[in-house]
Ligand binder design. Structure first.
Ligand code: FES
Length: 73
């Protein structure tokens, strides 16, 4: 149940507000090998909105670190 809730939350939670990119999309890019903020940005287009990644960059970095700590990447 928790995993289902996490998956739903990942889909509805926007990490990059400027470009409306979900946490699910960010995580997928990380799983596919984008292990830095710059690589995630290049893969999904985050960081290219009006804030130039000031809001989403730290959040993406945090997700990368969480996934590393969890042994997912
Ligand atoms: S929130 Fe991602 S570019 Fe602004």
């Amino acid at each position: 149940m928790t995993e289902i809730n996490d998956a739903v939350m990942d889909k509805i939670t926007k990490v990059c507000l400027c470009k409306s990119i979900s946490r699910a999309t960010i995580k997928k890019a990380i799983l596919e090998g984008a292990h830095t903020v710059q690589k995630v940005n290049a893969a999904v287009g985050s960081g290219s909105g009006p804030c130039r990644g000031q809001r989403c960059g730290p959040k993406i970095q945090g997700i990368i670190e969480q996934m590393k700590e969890a042994g997912q990447i």
